[in-house]
Design a binder for this molecule. Sequence first.
Ligand SMILES: C[S@@+](CC[C@H](N)C(=O)[O-])C[C@H]1O[C@@H](n2cnc3c(N)ncnc32)[C@H](O)[C@@H]1O
Length: 325
Amino acid sequence: MDTIIAAEPVAQINKQFFADVINGLNSIPKKLNSKYFYDKQGDKLFQEIMASPEYYLTNCEMEILTQQSADIAASLTQQNTPFDLIELGAGDATKSIHLLQQLIREGVSFNYLPLDISANVIRHLEDHLPNELPKLQIHGFTGDYFDMLDQAVQFSSNRKVVLFMGANIGNMLPIEAKAFCIKLKNSLLRGDMLIIGFDLKKNPKEILAAYNDSEGITKRFNLNLLRRINTELNADFILDDFDHYANYDPRSGACKSYLISLKDQTVKIGSNILHFKKNEYIDMEISQKYSKQEIGELMTDAGFEYVTNFYDTNHYFVDSVWSVK
Ligand SMILES: C[S@@+](CC[C@H](N)C(=O)[O-])C[C@H]1O[C@@H](n2cnc3c(N)ncnc32)[C@H](O)[C@@H]1O
């Protein structure tokens, strides 16, 4: 039976957010979409996660960007024509700024078009990046990946280079990642390029620790979505009645985060009543890990061809450069 979503009296609520939350929490198992993690507080908590000792991903990709930006720039500028650098889910751009600096140093002609679902980060980038990089041509887009990509590709007639870093692709199931890459390829033209970051399969304990940090920042990051639902959708989650649980399956490469209800409880979201059983889980986020072979298969299946790979010293992470066939 279809879930009936009661109309909400609160005029200013984000209708899509509301519908996704109600549908997700009425499905079996209960689910919330991790793209909603990123409000102002979520952005701040994610920065804390990136700075935590366990979250190796940022250091690895930062090493690639700081040590190899000249080579990355060279792989993008072989055609020697202006391009639009479209960054999907740009976040605070602390890593991509090294590539931007390199391109500016080399006098390359490009526009930087960051897009992100968090209005807060796009505002921040548009306010701050021009101070750090006065020569940067920047135009931000706030919204979901493909809604904004459709607009960003119209920005100019330049060729496109899409930047999709931070292993954001890992927040999709492999089947969704394949559909995403196919859609991305279909939004681009022959010769356009993609730089895409993957977290590679490695020691399971190291992977799990990155999503289960000792200071509990990841727990607060997950619980923040319940707080956001309380504030923006007029709900009454009691955060202490939920705990965070993460696990990693080395066979599938899926690292998953859950919130666990610590008791039988009822939560109101607007006029919707939701029941949680003791120990029932909410599926919060996947962070999929890839082997080199799986990355190659994804690239080929989606219709891209290999240009080059940039690894950190430990081969924990790869930024892979593809072009549209
Ligand atoms: C894990 S952070 C990574 C940020 C950045 N790429 C980096 O490497 O540091 C994910 C970013 O993607 C954004 N994001 C997540 N889902 C999105 C979606 N569906 N559409 C647009 N942006 C999204 C989030 O707001 C967040 O800023």
